[in-house]
Write a protein that binds this ligand. Sequence first.
Ligand code: 5GP
Ligand code: ZN
Length: 115
Amino acid sequence: MNETTCPFCRIAAGTLPADLVATEASWIAFRDLHPQAPVHVLIVPRRHLVSAVELENDPALAGTLLAAVARVARREGLAERGYRIVSNVGHEGGQTVPHLHFHLLGGRPLHWPPG
Ligand code: 5GP
Ligand code: ZN
């Protein structure tokens, strides 16, 4: 998958529609197509990194993205009630889209441990 076929690159480029909740210089946020909770937003760097594995080389972007998740969560009304941040990595991590993203899940009690 390259930047012309990657769905999250296409959403960032505006060539694939999405329900956008934030557009910033280095990242975007949009609602998941198949929400698993009342609030299910994906926070995605504009740059095509495959997964969190690559964040080892870019701690500044890692910080920017976590701050972005916290900002979106507050705007979605989740800061007081709580929420979950998830980034699935690779095959055994359950990653299905090979473009780094953080799931922001909230709006209902979330169970632990995950499957
Ligand atoms: P992963 O399984 O890689 O952790 O998460 C990928 C997420 O992206 C899934 O929750 C899936 O529903 C969502 N998704 C996949 N393709 C699209 C798309 O084209 N648009 C949106 N909004 N979400 C997508
Ligand atoms: Zn991509």
